[in-house]
Design a protein around this ligand. Sequence first.
Ligand code: DQA
Length: 146
Amino acid sequence: MNRILVMHGVNLNLFGKRDPKHYGTETLEDINGKLSALAGELGVEVSFFQSNYEGAFVERIQEAHGDGTAGIVLNAGAWTHYSYAIMDALAILSIPAVEVHMSNVHAREAFRHFSVLSAVTRGSIAGFGSGSYLLGLRAVVDLVKG
Ligand code: DQA
């Protein structure tokens, strides 16, 4: 069974408490629960990783090279906009990665309009709340299954 890794970056452990205007009231656990249910429907295995440490995030991406992960859905939070370290780690990956954001980053502050990760991901989905993650999972499963 294909294994998909869902990665949540910095501050995303606070979904549910943080800035509900942009991120709604669902917790990370709620979101992961919805993803697990969809993974069951799509016939893939899903695992989750969250960290507030950029180095730990990079190391998890590096591990995905050899641990049988077939594809990645990632929301790197604020790192999206400036982390060349995460960009480089993703660039080395041969499996597909899809970028997702809960909020519509393009309708927010200018610094959120640019993603350094978009150049090395297969595509990005933003603005649909937890639906962005669900669409991201569908997209990566399509890519993996060809
Ligand atoms: C976010 C958007 C980023 O700009 C922000 O820094 C986040 C969350 C989103 O899911 O909408 O932490 O990635």
